[in-house]
Design a protein around this ligand. Structure first.
Ligand SMILES: [Zn+2]
Length: 106
């Protein structure tokens, strides 16, 4: 994926201001120029995108956990309803497990 104007403004500009050196090498993944800061060579765009992805995953996890708490604190008395309720909770837990596995791959 190519760089957007917003990414250039949000990632590259602050890096240059912080004293990072732009190298004349380009990232094989996104085509952005590579940077060097304190002896470390990296692609700021890929790092930024990774961080964004993690935040998104974290948010989904948070939302699911909130829903789960909500369901757990409002269990119905009626047995059929209770079963439905528990089935939804089970699904949420399954999803959470899957997310944890996704996180582990990274
Ligand atoms: Zn890159």
């Amino acid at each position: 994926m190519a760089l957007t104007q917003e990414e250039i403004r949000k990632i590259i500009t602050p890096l240059l201001l912080s004293g990072a050196k732009m190298l004349d090498r380009h990232c094989p993944r996104c085509g952005s120029p590579m940077f060097e800061l304190n002896g470390r060579v990296f692609c700021p765009v890929c790092e930024y995108r990774e961080k964004q992805k993690k935040t998104e995953t974290g948010d989904v996890e948070k939302i699911l956990k909130e829903k789960l708490n909500e369901l757990a604190s409002s269990l119905p008395e009626e047995i059929d309803e209770l079963e439905k309720h528990l089935r939804v909770m089970e699904k949420i837990i399954e999803l959470l497990e899957r997310y944890k596995k996704l996180e582990g791959v990274k």
